[in-house]
Write a protein that binds this ligand. Sequence first.
Ligand code: ANZ
Ligand code: ZN
Ligand code: ZN
Length: 822
Amino acid sequence: MEYNFNEIEQKWQNIWEKTKLYETSKEALKKFYLLVMFAYPSGDIHMGHFRNYSVADVIARVKLMEGHDLLFPFGWDAFGLPAEGAAIKAGISPKEWTLNNINTSRNTLKKLGIAFDWNKEVTTCLPDYYKWTQWMFIQFMKAGLAYRKKAPANWCGTCNTVLANEQVSDGKCWRCHNEVDKKEMEQWFLRITDYSQELLDGLDTLPDWPENIKTMQKNWIGRSDGAEIEFPIENSDRKLSVFTTRPDTVCGVTFVAMAPEHEFADELTKGTENEAAAAEYIKQSRLKKDIDRMSTSTEKDGVFTGRFAINPFTGEKVQIWIGDYVLASYGTGVVMGVPAHDERDFQFAKKYNIPIKVVIQPENEKLDPSSMREAYTEEGIMINSGDFDGLKSTEGITKVAQAAEAKKFGRKTINYRLRDWLISRQRYWGAPIPVIHCEKCGAVPVSERDLPVRLPEGNIDLIPKGRSPLADNEEFMKAKCPLCGGEAKRDPDTMDTFMCSSWYFLRYTDPHNKDMAFDKEKCAKWMPADLYIGGAEHACMHLIYFRFFQKFLKNRGFVQNSEPAVKLFNHGMVLDDKGEIMSKSKGNVVSPVHLIKEHGVDTTRLAMFFACPSDKEVLWSDSYITGVKRFVQKFWQLYMNESPEIFKNRNKKFEFMEVQNMGKEEQQLYIAVQKLISRVKDDLERFQYNTAISALMEFTTLVSDYKGNKEVLAHALTQAVKLIAPLAPHMAEELWSYMGYQESIFKASWPTVNKNAFLLDTVTIVVQINGKVRERVELTQDVTEEEMKEMILGMENLKKAIGDKPIKKMITVPNKLVNIVI
Ligand code: ANZ
Ligand code: ZN
Ligand code: ZN
């Protein structure tokens, strides 16, 4: 009576499909929206996908058994560069390549038995989807949140396209890991910075998001509270405005430094003897990378402008420098240099012999500028600061900012590190930007009824040339201006694919709508997602962008919630047996397909779950299968050993009295079942599937040895099969039908614990006085230490034995022993 997974798994997958078991109900009365990050179809499904989607599948099945209306959809993040690479290499179109991969992957996912509602599938590269991505872009335009700007953009020469800031880490491209350069280009930006504060505030409303993700987002948004202070320029009516988080140090300013890109930089040096040197310096530093410019380890250099600024607080004259450690795009692009209290300023001053003036004194040390080795950046007491002397520096921050404001040469300000989102890509395989450029009217959005702007198919030369392949497609480029009707040109660029993935979860709620991106009511029924499962690598990209879209759409009245997902769970990665991340580009991908052929879906997924908790990395090795396979067979056998007859009375509920009066063996099994229910439920909720499986394994051994009556056995087996159902759905269905049920086990109710049974779960506790055994007491398991002490000290013969001698201490070993020292 072997568990014949081949036949059984196929059989149930067919039945599930035929009975539409996973089709989302229309009611959404007790809704649960389970969202998994959709997939990039780069080939077939690999172990990483298999793990993530199976982890989610367990929750989906629990939710079904809890009686929820479940929305558990899937889709494809189908635009993007790899399709172009493959197309150039293999000579098939990006569309064909992508759709082939989608078909293969979908088939595999179906074989893996994941409970997706395939009716809800979305594919971002198809016109019925990208039409609405374009519509989204137009909404941003209408709201004034999409704008065009010529700006130095992050340029990846390998991918031949620009990148958003979020897509560059440590100066490298997120996709190909090659170094990123700068290139001046006209680009579309979305004004995500308008949402900096909302994006930050929202994080505080998400207690069920992992702390590390929230911290990463906070740092990425990077709010800095500080002040702007204006320094008049000597012999000029202009002023240099600086942004500082330390206004308390303003009297220690000994120079002002501006970014080489600053608009005054050229002008300031005109006619001074430093003009030529400054011009050369400006040219050189524009070539440098931001990452090198910002780093504290590289040497800071700069050039003196020959000009001076006046410190508005002290009237002191300070040199104006151009220094490329000052970034043009942050704050005002100018810093007040306080060498005594800022490390970069310190290094700069040392290098160029600029004076150092101490204005913050530590409590028990006297700083001497001539012997300082590094800046003193901590708090302290203000000195050399006129009226502010004696104040704590922390108070000084506010006081100085207030004073600047009162005297009208400054104000409190908040700066964010977050930059606007650059969304133009000079690539073919993306959603065309729905804009027409007219010489008379400028950049005009395509009218909504003309959407989608279709991506041309057929003969497109994809070999990268540094501009969009669409730019050379005359037929595509030619357009009529929607405003004046004149000859005009389309925007040749496509949108960052992160645009497509920023709203797919909304489309799932109404995926077939031809007239709208989604119906507001339908969306409101399901949103927000109750649980979002996906990788942590998206912390500062997708997971910020999708929150931004949601907030924007909320402000425009299209959605009701301001956060898209209530709870976020990051699953761990699957690594190969050498500890490397499995990825197609590394060529170390293990396919789940051969595993399920050989061992079945249920065994493979149990093995994967059993390896470790779902948020941890798993080093995959086929050896995990062996142990689990034995367990599956043993579990199966428990049921096969019994005739289906014993399940006749399977729905029996046991009253407390009945349990109390059972034989010892029956009672033990009954209590073990209750414990199992409580443990498995708890473990699954915390994504600790591994310990849930151990509990089921222990339980299986217990039942194998059980020789008591069949009524309690039937109860035990009925509960156990329900508990294993989310983890091993095919086997559970087969056993359920063996037990005589007509309907799917996923329509059965999720077990509840009979907690009363725990009252019968006693242990014998040995009570000692000064190390000598005096008494044995029966107590219910797991009473607290306090309860245990109280009960024991209340016992008559122990009271007598202790008499009036004071108790020095009580040593307790839970569920075993109490020693009273008198
Ligand atoms: C004077 C000062 C004195 C500063 C001191 C710090 C310590 P965060 O916290 O990251 O916002 N800064 C301002 N604009 C800059 C720019 N465009 N490029 C490079 N650095 C810039 O950092 C704010 C601090 O970074 C500001 O406060 C400024 O230096 C510098 F004892 O002003 B501070
Ligand atoms: Zn790249
Ligand atoms: Zn026009």
